[in-house]
Design a binder for this molecule. Sequence first.
Ligand code: NAD
Length: 482
Amino acid sequence: MSAQPLLNGLYIDGQWLAGSEHLQVINPSTEGVLAQVAGGGPEAVEQALCAASAGLARWSHSSGAERAAVLRRIAAGVAERREQLMHLQSSNNGKPQFEAAMDVDDVIATFEYYAGLAEGLDAAQDANVALPSEAFSARLRREPCGIVGLIVPWNFPMVTTAWKLAPALAAGCSVVLKPSEVTPLPELELAAIIAGSGLPRGVFNLVCGTGLAVGAPLAADPRVAKISFTGSNAVGVQVMQRAAETVKGVSLELGGKSSLLVLADADLDLAVELACGGGFFNAGQMCSATSRVLVADELADEFLLRLKARAEAIRVADPFDPEVEMGALVNQAQYRRVQAHIEEGLNVGAKLVCGGGRPAGLQQGYFIQPTVFTEVPLDSALWREEIFGPVLCVRSFSNEQQAIEMANDSEFGLVASVVGADAAHAEQVANALQAGLVWINAPQVIFPQTAWGGYKQSSIGRELGPWGLQAFQEIKHVIRAR
Ligand code: NAD
């Protein structure tokens, strides 16, 4: 028998329940078992959907102000348990405590932001629509789209959940949430906070479990009006195919292969800091990683020297080490995947500038050194595929048009970064990039007010901002003869 706690992995109709599928949850920094979670399968999804149907009947008729009050209580509950949630983020995902703090603060800000939008809904409901005819009047209603299925990955537990859950609840939807089976602990704690928030029973339901046992039946079920999914492209396609059978709405946040452009007038130290942030934050396990770095020819040699020095100085350590700058990868599968990418890069002739292996002194845990390649062939997997690990590929360019073309030459289009001293010029470059969000001389800051999502195969739809709320609403017009 395991000495680890066996946690209830189902929160359905206001009750904590144990499912029959035991998930082993690992601490990636030690490789030790953190907990067992008793998750569910299709029968738990069925129970959760019955609860969500009942929950929807009440919640969908609540006022925006009532929903806002609940969202604010959730935000306050998260703030109260900040330390505990930070601990769970770091121990379950491997991310440093300072990154975990940013995650928790993001969750608080997201619930507060959507509380504000929920309040605004009451005044905007039934707004008059100006018509070119005196004979008719029309009003506009925004109504919740129904029961929604939220499926999230492991790289930003709670954050990807909050970006879906807060607007879904604000819109008046009821929810079945499936966290990643790799990192369910932060979401279990979030569910405990929601349980104490005064949200009516059945509106929020959580089912831990694997993708096939829980995610697949959720995506297929005709009672689900919409699936909002964040994860890999391969699974996103499967979710969309399942959802197509009952013509349900989908929002997809998928992969990326984004670029950071260092223009000829860039501040080199800033460029190096931003390249490290874009490549090594969250150990590079970001859909928004700017894993392609494109540097103006005249700066390239010096940039590479400084980048090498900075990358080699990054302290890779246990997330609770006060000096830590980068933590472990999330699990053995991800560790092996990234190592395979590094080996493949070496095999196709890319030049390793630094890193590429396990940091000295860290024998346990899924740690990989910050890694930089140059001379990466444009047709290699290293250049074209999402690595989802701490690996940067640097290339130089002789003119900016060439750099923009290289950046845009991807099946993805999530984000991009530009570093350059001439603000107007940097803005023009930003406008030419095919990406949903571009940062200029800035780290990857994200605000609930600005949209998240990208072009091409990175996304369908946008999260955050008013777009995140609209994703969970139906538009209804009522036209009446005067
Ligand atoms: P994943 O696609 O393997 O899993 C994501 C979620 O889908 C998990 O909860 C998983 O259990 C579930 N799932 C798996 N198979 C399923 C199926 N057949 N039907 C329904 N659900 C299923 O992704 P991951 O490995 O957890 O996360 C990494 C990926 O997520 C990366 O590709 C990354 O780019 C992407 N990601 C994108 C964003 C974004 O905003 N664009 C953000 C974070 C992560």
